[in-house]
Design a protein around this ligand. Sequence first.
Ligand code: 1HE
Length: 266
Amino acid sequence: MNDGSSGAEGLVTYELRGDIALIGLNRPDKRNAISDRFVEAIGAAVTRATDEAKAGVIHGHGPHFCAGLDLSEHSEKPLFEAVKGSRQWHRIFDMIERGLIPFVSALSGAVVGGGFELAASTQVRVADSTAFFALPEGQRGIFVGGGGSVRIARLIGAPRMGDMMLTGRTLGAEEMERWGGVSYVVPEGEALTRAIEIAARTATNAEFTNYAILNALPRISDMSSEDGLFTESMVASLATMTPDAKQRLRDFLEKRAAKVQAPGNG
Ligand code: 1HE
């Protein structure tokens, strides 16, 4: 899995471009459906990215981001194997959501089932105009198992997620943006470029602040208001004590740092 080459059995490509790791789902003939070995390969790529990059981008090769769980494998699984498989998805997607570096997903075509769960574990989602979102678990007789009942429900709300699962409806990129499931919608073919730009921007932040965004924010949203506010004060005070923060605050006060830009300028 070296720069520009592919990972375990070619299921994942990995490229380090400056500070940004590009992780490509590379099973386009099966619409990037995620098998057990595929999720392991994603985990290995995420581990490597965490070691050597400041931010990561996850994208799909071919027109579709990901058609979700590999249904051919799933249908054969005994009960406890299915539980262990789901817990493995949780472990790997948790490394994306609450790891050391931010991840941006570049979405096109099918973002379905486990593919949406993978996207939901990234901090920023960029969809091009071809992207469509569905949770067909109801039709398949299964249930989300890659963290969707937590992450997707928090993104778009449990009632909307329930609606998607019950009806099997498909949403386009703009509708999903209105629902809060993606943050950026771009023209066809531009998701990866925009995702790399966004990842590069996050890579210039203070590392401790990025770490706190990934690890404190989701935990604080699990807390009571009182506990959340207390924890926020602790994290904010710790952040201010880092040499990085001291330097960045000095840079602003001595007019060396960029100002906040009005929308459209930055
Ligand atoms: C697959 C899968 C898959 C495609 N598992 N093999 N996910 C789903 O229910 C989505 C199922 N897939 C589809 O609805 C469609 O494939 C797509 C809309 C994504 C794309 O359609 P299309 O016309 O471009 O491709 P296709 O002809 O349907 O599929 C191409 C091949 O990929 C075909 O195999 P082939 O051997 O006949 O060439 C398909 O069988 C195969 N393929 N999707 C296995 N998902 C952790 S729990 C998460 C729970 C879920 O993810 S549930 C949602 C599962």
